[in-house]
Structure formats: structure tokens, C-alpha cells
Design a protein. Sequence first.
Length: 153
Amino acid sequence: MTKLFQCHFNFFSIVTGLLMLLQLPSLALAQQPAPRLLTDTQTATAGYFRLNWESADMNPVIELQQADNPGFADASFRYRGQDRASVISGMPDGAWYYRARVISDDKTGPWSETVAVKVAHHPLSRAWLFFGLGALVFAATLLLIIRGAEHNP
């Protein structure tokens, strides 16, 4: 009986070992840490901002996802490639959420922590104020040039 037990035990050990070997690539990717996603600003007023990421892989393929809600409902993919950063521009006012993950051999790693960026463009009234001040300075300079030319024959 013990010999039969040892035979079954060895058989199951071999089968279990083979199954574990077959799962090693997926286990290695699942144990891989998520990339670290960073932004250069929490509030973007200049019309652009930069996202960059760090990964344990040397040349990872990164997939960057964007959404207008923290639950990533109706999210879109903003970038997929091996760059280490992306400049985001042209976004309308509001809160935007980003996350990234590593893609390896058509397998996906875990998502990074979510990064939120609030886009709040400068108000149009401020732009008109600066335009008006610039026009005033231009007119004053032009007037000084004309008056100076009249006094110097």
C-alpha cells in the first residue's frame, strides 16, 4: 500500500510541477509591479502637462489609459509604446484621470495608481485684459516715436 501511495504521490508531484512550469510566464507577469505614473502638475493652466512613468522592465511597452471619471467608465487608450513620458495637450477644462500598465507578449500587468490632473485654462477675461494692456503699451510707444520725430527735424 505504501508503494502505491508513493507512486501516486510522485505522479501528482510531477503533474503539479509541470502545471506550475506552464504557468511561470503568466505568474512572472502577474507578480511584476505596476508602473509608477507621475505628473508634473496637479492643475494644468498652460494648456498642456506631462505624464511620465517608471517600470522595473528595461524596455517596457506601456499602455496609458485616460478617463473623465475615477472609475474609468468609457475610458480611452491615450498611448501605447516604449516611451517613458507623454505630453498631453488640447484637453478641455475638467478633471482627467490616467493610469498605466505594462504589456508583455499580449499579457497585461496590473494598473498603476491613478493620477488625476485638473485642467483649468486661464479665463478669457484675463486674455482680453492682457491684450488690452499690450495694445495700450503699443499705442503709447507709437505716440512717443511720432512726437519724438516731430521735435527732431
